[in-house]
Design a protein around this ligand. Structure first.
Ligand code: NZQ
Ligand code: ZN
Length: 381
């Protein structure tokens, strides 16, 4: 087990009826919020009403920045920065899924920066400060509500890149599992796949494989995601399953599930971001395609040991091939595509996808070669 530093300052307010508690939290940080949301799901499930009432009651004025799209784009983040500056906003409130929270992070940092916000994503500048950010999470998946990363697509350059910085941690995040009951099944599936992806990347790539505590945290969270998803798909109104799913997804990418590992990387994510950048595919769907292919490739390269351990602990199966099949069966059962063709992406595009992935591979300092990415993707054809 390697030395590590774990610091996570995000205040989590979890449970039924908690959306209104964002009001007093926001009021501690400022007087005027940029209220960021997506295509309108929050207006249908009651979040908008509860949230805006709470802001008003606590004396926090707000300016709306709606229309964040899934796989948020740079141009819309730039508009948000402009709006926040013009209106003198001194805090940002995000209400929605990972896309809304991520764009909000980019805006929060962009407002405080003299240059072009994309500088943070392409390695030209470090994030030193940001407006205080508060979130109401409505989709368990990304962990963005409790981490310091954000992902934005530069739609002109077809680059889906990430930015990180301690200033991006939300000050407080509201997690009311009831807000997730309006999620369509596809988003339930995407969220489940993404959470599993966050758990397996470090688990399978760590060079230190003697970290029992973190291995067991990963196993437990993966079992919880899988069991909760099964229950949610059977009964979308199952509160306890919604609650377990929501907290599991957060814990999967808040830093906890990687403590003590070393030399980890995110190969599935780096390839998926190329799929999202080129085809605007949902992140979870892209991961469900990449992961089984990467598993097959990784098994050939690194041997069966981790697959056997994970398969036995999480799926109750014996052997590496059985573990890979169990992953794929789960993704399929949840309703996610598991081959490029199922997402209507032609195998002939593989070189182009791999070439696009090289940008982020370089940014993230990974050793993966273009030919290797092509080899992996061939297994997804
Ligand atoms: O836009 P609205 O109308 O809100 O609808 C959204 C959107 O269409 C809908 N939705 C969200 N909550 C809902 C709901 N519909 C009904 N009821 C609800 N309660 O779901 C759709 C997808 O939302 P989105 O935010 O795009 O999904 P997700 O949370 O999966 O976020 C994906 C984005 O996060 C990035 C991904 O790459 C992708 O861009 N990631 C961010 C990470 C991070 N910051 O740490 C890590 C991840 O690995 C990931 O890369
Ligand atoms: Zn992810």
């Amino acid at each position: 087990m390697q030395n590590f530093t774990f610091a996570n300052p995000v205040k989590i307010i979890f449970g039924k009826g908690t959306v209104s508690r964002l009001g007093p939290e926001a009021a501690k940080a400022g007087r005027k919020a940029l209220l960021v949301y997506g295509g309108g799901s929050i207006k249908k499930n009651g979040v908008y009403e509860a949230l805006t009432a709470a802001l008003k009651q606590n004396g926090v004025a707000f300016v709306e920045h709606a229309g964040v799209k899934p796989n948020p784009v740079l141009s819309h983040a730039r508009e948000g920065i402009k709006k926040a500056r013009e209106n003198g906003c001194d805090l940002v409130v995000a209400a929605g899924g990972g896309s809304v929270i991520d764009e909000s992070k980019a805006i929060a940092a962009g407002v405080k920066y003299g240059g072009e916000v994309w500088d943070f994503f392409c390695g030209k500048a470090d994030i030193k400060e940001a407006l205080p950010l508060f979130t109401v999470l409505t989709l368990p998946a990304t962990g963005s509500e409790m981490n310091n990363g954000c992902v934005v697509t530069n739609e002109e350059k077809k680059q889906k890149y990430s930015a990180h910085g301690a200033a991006l941690f939300p000050k407080a995040s509201i997690m009311d599992p009831e807000t997730t009951m309006s999620l369509p099944r596809t988003q339930v599936a995407n969220g489940a796949v993404d959470s599993i992806a966050h758990l397996i990347e470090s688990y399978f790539t760590t060079s230190d494989r003697d970290v029992t505590v973190t291995d067991e945290i990963v196993h437990a969270l993966a079992r919880s995601v899988i069991a909760s998803t099964d229950r949610i798909l059977k009964d979308p109104s199952d509160y306890s399953a919604r609650a377990s799913m929501m907290w599991s997804a957060t814990l999967a990418l808040n830093g906890l599930a990687g403590c003590g590992y070393s030399g980890t990387s995110f190969p599935n994510h780096v390839i998926e971001h190329s799929l999202s950048a080129l085809y605007d595919i949902a992140h979870g769907a892209g991961l469900a395609i990449v992961m089984p292919a990467w598993f097959k490739y990784h098994l050939e390269k690194s041997g069966p040991e981790r697959f056997e351990k994970f398969g036995a602990a999480v799926f109750g199966v014996k052997g590496a091939e059985a573990a890979i099949k169990a992953f794929e069966d789960f993704f399929r059962k949840a309703g996610a595509p598991v081959r490029l063709s199922e997402a209507h992406i032609p195998a002939a595009d593989i070189p182009r996808i791999a070439e696009n992935a090289m940008g982020l591979i370089t940014m993230w300092g990974m050793s993966l070669k273009q030919a290797e990415v092509e080899e992996i993707l061939k297994r997804a054809a």
